[in-house]
Design a binder for this molecule. Structure first.
Ligand code: HEC
Length: 99
């Protein structure tokens, strides 16, 4: 009864997922996906947009905080940065920064 086992597994995974999604820990991969539409896949920009993968994590974290507090005036990034907590900014910087 392979198919039934598969269905049961699917049901378990589907039931378990929302619980995981409610966890407070931000998923760095999911957070970073929102940046790729402008900064290029994995932060490697193909055009005029700054590449993020060349920057250090500390630079990205500091710059995002400066956008968020309007220390750096920038309409697009200021609005985006305001959506993230300190923990999320650190997770993003770690995920995107130069390895
Ligand atoms: C709507 C397009 C857009 C999205 C989405 C976006 N950015 Fe940006 N970002 C920009 C633009 C445009 C600049 C250049 C700002 C400038 O030069 O003043 C920039 C600049 C930056 C900089 C500064 C780079 C430097 O060279 O100093 C960082 C860091 C950054 N973005 C991080 C992020 C992160 C992290 C995300 C995802 C959470 C993100 N951005 C999502 C458009 C975007």
């Amino acid at each position: 009864m392979k198919a039934k086992g598969g269905l049961l597994l699917t049901a378990i995974v589907l039931l378990a997922f929302p619980v995981g999604a409610l966890a407070d820990e931000p998923s760095p991969t999911v957070l970073a996906n929102t940046c790729f539409s402008c900064h290029g896949t994995d932060g490697k920009s193909p055009g005029a947009m700054p590449s993020l993968d060349e920057k250090s994590a500390s630079y990205i974290a500091q710059t995002l905080r400066e956008f968020r507090s309007d220390e750096i005036e920038n309409t697009v990034m200021s609005r985006i940065a305001k959506g993230f907590s300190d923990a999320e900014i650190d997770a993003l910087a770690e995920q995107l920064g130069r390895k």
